[in-house]
Design a binder for this molecule. Sequence first.
Ligand code: CA
Length: 640
Amino acid sequence: MAGREFDEKYRYDGNDLGAACTEQKTVFKVWSPVAEQIELSLYRDGSSPAYFTKEMQQEEKGIWKLEFEESLHGVYYDYLVRIGGKDKRTADPYAVGCSCNGNRSMVVNLRLTDPPGFESDTAPVKDKEQIIYELHIKDFSYDKESGVPDAYRGKYKAFTVIGTNGNYPTCMEYLKNLGITHVHLLPFFDYASVDEAGEESQYNWGYDPLNFNVPEGSYATDVMDGTVRIRECKEMIQALHANGLRVIMDVVYNHTYKEDSWLQRMVPGYYYRYKEDGSLSDGSACGNDIAAGRAMVDNYIADSVMYWAKEYHLDGFRFDLMGLLTVELMNRIRKELDQEFGEGEKLLYGEPWRADDSPMETGTKAALKANAACLDEGIGFFSDDTRDVIKGHVFEEKEPGFVNGGTDLETKVLYAVTGWRDGGASVRPKSCRQIINYVSAHDNFTLWDKLVLTMRDGEADFSGRYEDVLAANKLAAFIYFTCQGNLFLQAGEEFARTKFGEDNSYCSVPEVNMLRWRQTVERKGLVDYYRGLISLRKKLPALCDKSSNAAKRMKEKEVLKEGVVTFRMDNRDDNGDGIWEELFVIYNAASDSCTVDLPEGRWEILADGREADCCRAMPSAGKGVSIDGKSGMMLGRKGA
Ligand code: CA
């Protein structure tokens, strides 16, 4: 069923698969070189019997087609596919709309799903820096304190509410004040694990794709009309844009919810990887691996990405388990996006790993960290090196990193500053543009929980107020905000988000996962600190520089003593100017304060453990500066 010969014979490069619908016409097209017959059925809704069925016409390259001289917008459909004399019913893998729970596809004239003004919707102008905020749609507004009307809580629509509960900024109002540049949304293509007609209290992160090109229904206010989820998803993106935020979609092309997917029913065996014994490979640890590297699999994935970018105006994509996809496919997607939208306009990054080995197609390379040198410079990957050196290993609960009691990490943490461009890790990136710096994401413990677990023995109260944990949190943030590369944070990291010690909350109740907006007030000091770091970061060419020469800005890195390191950075911009010509940075992970001698010149304090983005003259006496235990400090030297 698979193999080079099959691909050469049947590869179809048209991007008109699915049901294309305009006011005058509807064209159904699917790809199945192995089918003996395919019959189209049309339905008035998601559950009633078919009102029309007709055999499709076979064309070249395994294409089946049926054309209607009318708009079938709003009509539901599926296919009865005969392979080896056996009939199987399937939804359309290329569908752009679907019924409640996604088992029937829907014909959609996409122009009729645009909310008012969507035609002129554009992304906000690119900022100097990428500061990405990772958010789950339900987490955003499920909390009653969110101030979002009940009917919109947990929905796409929540993003259209100017979110304030009357007492303090929440939701969109809060986001736009934070200074982040991108909102990265956990999967919102149609996923299978939540009953869309069921209770609001259901919860899943959504890493279980059912219909790759349709938005998830449980985030829509009406799941019975398949156009609502499309319109409301667009409204969400439009609202984020209107508030100055770019939008990134978390995409999961490495596996499907189950092997018995629409792709499998259409062309059995083609879309998945199998081991030599014929069993499914499981590099995703989710039961199956999509066979990236085959012609029509790659076309499917690349076309899907382009579809979301064009139709939904998305500004970037985060690839789940990118290590299961191929270098060739990722580079192709980078190229297609650049050609269509301009170089680097869309962000691309992913997890450069996989859960287990997976048999790759001959002649392809896995998009793993080890192959970073083959990946385009415009494809970023999460730096587990940066994450682990700062706060400790993600799977070793009690193992600390630099900020929470780890030892012998001084040299290593200094390598993180240039995004490991100077070495220190198993892989040297082409430039820090390839690096996503972070210390927390949806997987594993929240930063706060990890710090509490490593800094408190025995019974940990995750809701407790611990000044030393708070200081370590600030220092962790200070460190990755002073590393070159792209910045990424899990929503709520900036207000000590806790999941009460749960490290895998993918299907936990929403109350464990949701953002608790009151915490933005209770932890106001921490929020202000992050806001300051974000604002300061954007002013510093030394840190925003993504060129392959950026690492050369770092000078005189020094380990002063246990837990204390310093370095200098050339902070001049392309014109050789800059408010501060040079930066001097100190990380003090020790518990005690210490005094550090400053290089020659007049220095101003730009950030310390209490305040970020300040501008304080140095106290006059002496050349030294005193820095508190568990804190960072940045100083700037103005030009002569
Ligand atoms: Ca769904």
